[in-house]
Design a protein around this ligand. Structure first.
Ligand code: GLY
Length: 559
C-alpha cells in the first residue's frame, strides 16, 4: 500500500519543463524496479542523456529483475533524439544458433515438445543485450560504458531484496531453477523460494558486467566469458558455438510509422510483430464509426479488429531478413478497409478458422520509458521470454539464458508458450534467424502531447499498448493509462481474455449477447511504464503500472 501511494505521489509529480531555462529542466523515467529508475537518474545526474540512462536501466534490470530480462536475453530500444528529430530502433533480438533447425523441438513421434523450447540451454537464442549496451553508449551516449554500467555492477555486488513478485515467479519456475545447480545457488535458498527481503547477490554477474565495461561487446562475445558460456551450454545439451557469439551483431532498423486520428505512431518493426499489428488494429478502428459507438459496441469493434490483425500476424510475420513480409499492405488504410468490410457491427464474426489452443500464461519481459531534460526519448522492451528465461545460468558467468526460441513456431498449427498458433512457415526456425516477437515499445505524439509507452506480457503486449493509446487519445493521464482494466483477443484461442477486473457483469453480458466467448482470467497482467510530455502545459508526468513493483519519477536533473 505504501509503495503504491509513494508511486502515485511520484507519478503525479509534475514539473515545468522544456521551455524553462537549463539547468532546471526535469526528466522522467518509469521502470519495473525502483533500483533501475534510480540507476537512470544517477546517470542523468552525471551528465548522461536518455541513451546513457537507457544503458544504465537495461543493465540494472538485468541484475535486479532476473524474472524479466537480462544479459542473456534481447530487446528493442526505440530512440528519439530531439536535436535533429532522428528516430531509430535498435534490434537486439536473440538469434537462433547456427546449428538450429526447423524440427529441433519435435519429439520422436514428430510432435512439438514445449519442454525443449522453454527449459534449459537448448531453448536459448544468442543474446543481444550486451551488444545493445555497447552500441547505445558508443553511438548515442555522452558517458563511457564503464560509467553507465557502474550502478548495475554495484547492485550485483551488493544484492537486491527479494519481493513478492520475485517469489511468485520463482514459484512458477521452481522445477527448472532447481534442475540447474548454478541457477539454484543464485536464485533459491537451499532449493526453496528465498524469504521476502533476502538479498540476491550475483558476484559472477558483476564480473561479467565488468568485462563488458572494460572491453565493450567483446567482453561478452569473445574471450573468457564467451568460452564459459559455450562450454557450459554444450555440456547441458545446448548447441551454441563460439562463432555464434562472435558473429552476433546488433542491427539498427527503421521504425514502423503510421498515424491515428492525427497522432503520429512510431513503434517496433520486425522481427517484432508489435508495430505492424498495432497499426493494423488502429487503422481498422479509424475506419469504423468508433466515436459514435456505444461503450459495448466500441469493445466489440476493438475485439473484432484484434482478431483480424492477430490472424495476419500469425500468418505473414517473421524475421524480414529471411522472408518477404507485406508490411506496406498490412499497415495501409486501404487494407484496413478490406478487413473492416468483414466486421458485422453488432455480432462476432463466426466464420473465422479457429482451433483450440492454451491461453497465454507467461508474465515475463520488462519495459521502461524515458524522456530526458533535453527531450530525448527511449522506449525499450526487454526479454528473456518466460520468467527466469530458460532457468539456466552458465557456470562462472552469472548469465541467466533466455528461452526466446519458443517465440518461433516449432510446428505449424501448434501453440507456443503464449498460445500463439502460426499457420505458415513465416516464423519457423532457421539458423541465425530471429524469432518473431510481440514487444511493442512505442511513441505517440501530436502537436499537443507525446507519450512513451510499453509493457511486458507476451502476446498480450500489443493489445495492452493499443488500449493505452486509446486512453491517451481520450485524454486520460499517465496513472489512469497504466491502471486501466485490460482485455485481449489474439485470433486463437477464440475467446476474449479479460482481467479479473476487466469488464463489469453488464459489459460481459453485452459481449456474450454479441456472440463473443469470454474467458475471465483469475489474475491481472502487464506491467506498463508510461511517460507523458504535455506540450501545451509544458509538463512531464510518469506512471508505473500498479500491478507491478516499478517506480516512476519526474525530477530535476542535478546538472
Ligand atoms: N518473448 C516475448 C516476445 O518477444 O514477444
Amino acid at each position: 500500500m505504501f509503495r503504491t501511494l509513494a508511486c502515485l505521489l511520484l507519478s503525479i509529480a509534475i514539473f515545468s519543463t522544456i521551455a524553462q531555462a537549463k539547468p532546471e529542466m526535469p526528466a522522467a523515467i518509469a521502470t519495473a524496479h525502483p533500483l533501475a529508475t534510480q540507476a537512470g537518474f544517477e546517470i542523468l545526474d552525471q551528465g548522461g542523456n536518455a541513451f546513457d540512462a537507457a544503458v544504465a536501466i537495461t543493465a540494472a534490470l538485468a541484475v535486479v529483475e532476473p524474472t524479466g530480462s537480462g544479459l542473456g536475453g534481447g530487446g528493442f530500444w526505440l530512440l528519439h533524439r530531439d536535436s535533429d528529430q532522428f528516430q531509430t530502433m535498435l534490434d537486439g533480438r536473440e538469434k537462433a544458433p547456427s546449428a538450429a533447425h526447423r524440427n529441433m523441438y519435435l519429439d520422436k513421434s514428430g510432435k512439438a515438445d514445449p519442454k525443449l523450447s522453454l527449459n534449459g540451454p537448448l531453448s536459448a537464442g544468442i543474446p543481444g543485450v550486451p551488444a545493445a549496451l555497447a552500441h547505445l553508449t558508443e553511438q548515442y551516449g555522452n558517458l563511457s560504458l564503464a560509467q553507465n554500467l557502474s550502478p548495475a555492477i554495484r547492485y550485483a555486488q551488493q544484492g537486491f531484496a527479494v519481493t513478492e513478485h520475485y517469489q511468485k515467479l520463482a514459484q512458477f519456475r521452481l522445477d527448472v531453477l532447481r534442475s540447474y545447480s548454478t541457477s539454484q545457488a543464485i536464485f533459491l535458498k537451499n532449493g526453496q523460494i528465498p524469504a521476502l527481503g533476502e538479498m540476491i547477490i550475483q558476484t559472477d554477474l558483476a564480473n561479467t558486467l565488468q568485462q563488458i565495461a572494460n572491453q565493450g561487446r567483446d567482453g561478452f562475445y569473445t574471450g573468457k566469458i564467451a568460452d564459459k558460456l559455450v562450454k557450459n551450454v554444450q555440456k547441458q545439451g545446448g548447441i551454441w558455438t563460439l562463432e555464434d557469439l562472435k558473429n552476433y551483431h546488433l542491427v539498427e532498423r527503421k521504425t514502423i510509422v503510421g498515424n491515428y486520428k492525427g497522432y503520429r505512431i512510431t513503434s517496433a518493426n520486425l522481427p517484432s510483430s508489435g508495430g505492424i499489428t498495432l497499426l493494423s488494429i488502429l487503422n481498422q478502428l479509424e475506419t469504423l464509426p468508433f466515436d459514435a459507438a456505444s461503450p459495448s459496441q466500441q469493445q466489440h469493434f476493438i475485439i473484432e479488429a484484434m482478431r483480424r490483425s492477430y490472424r495476419d500476424r500469425n500468418h505473414y510475420l517473421g524475421d524480414s531478413d529471411f522472408i518477404t513480409v507485406p508490411t506496406i499492405k498490412l499497415t495501409s488504410k486501404h487494407y484496413a478497409k478490406q478487413l473492416v468490410s468483414t466486421i458485422n457491427f453488432d455480432t462476432a464474426t463466426p466464420n473465422m478458422i479457429f482451433k483450440k489452443s492454451p491461453a497465454a500464461k507467461g508474465e515475463d519481459t520488462s519495459h521502461f520509458s524515458v524522456i530526458d531534460q533535453n527531450g530525448n526519448r527511449v522506449s525499450a522492451t526487454l526479454s528473456i521470454n518466460y520468467p527466469f528465461g530458460s532457468g539456466f545460468v552458465a557456470k562462472g558467468t552469472g548469465v541467466l539464458l533466455n528461452d526466446e526460441m519458443d517465440d518461433f513456431s516449432s510446428q505449424q498449427g501448434n501453440a507456443n508458450g503464449y498460445g500463439l498458433i502460426a499457420d505458415s512457415s513465416a516464423n519457423e526456425i532457421a539458423p541465425n534467424k530471429r524469432p518473431l516477437s510481440s514487444m511493442t515499445p512505442t511513441f505517440i505524439e501530436n502537436n499537443k502531447k507525446i507519450m512513451v509507452i510499453g509493457t511486458p506480457g507476451g502476446s498480450r503486449i500489443i493489445t495492452m499498448v493499443l488500449l493505452g493509446i486509446l486512453d491517451f487519445v481520450d485524454d486520460k493521464n499517465a496513472l489512469q493509462i497504466v491502471s486501466e482494466p485490460r482485455f485481449h483477443h489474439q485470433h486463437l484461442p477464440n475467446y476474449v481474455q479479460i482481467e479479473s477486473s476487466g469488464f463489469n457483469d453488464n459489459e460481459t453480458e453485452q459481449l456474450k449477447l454479441r456472440g463473443h466467448s469470454i474467458k475471465k482470467l483469475n489474475r491481472q497482467y502487464g506491467n506498463m511504464q508510461v511517460v507523458i510530455y504535455n506540450k501545451a502545459t509544458q509538463q512531464l508526468s510518469a506512471a508505473s503500472d500498479p500491478r507491478g513493483e516499478g517506480e516512476s519519477q519526474v525530477r530535476i536533473v542535478k546538472r
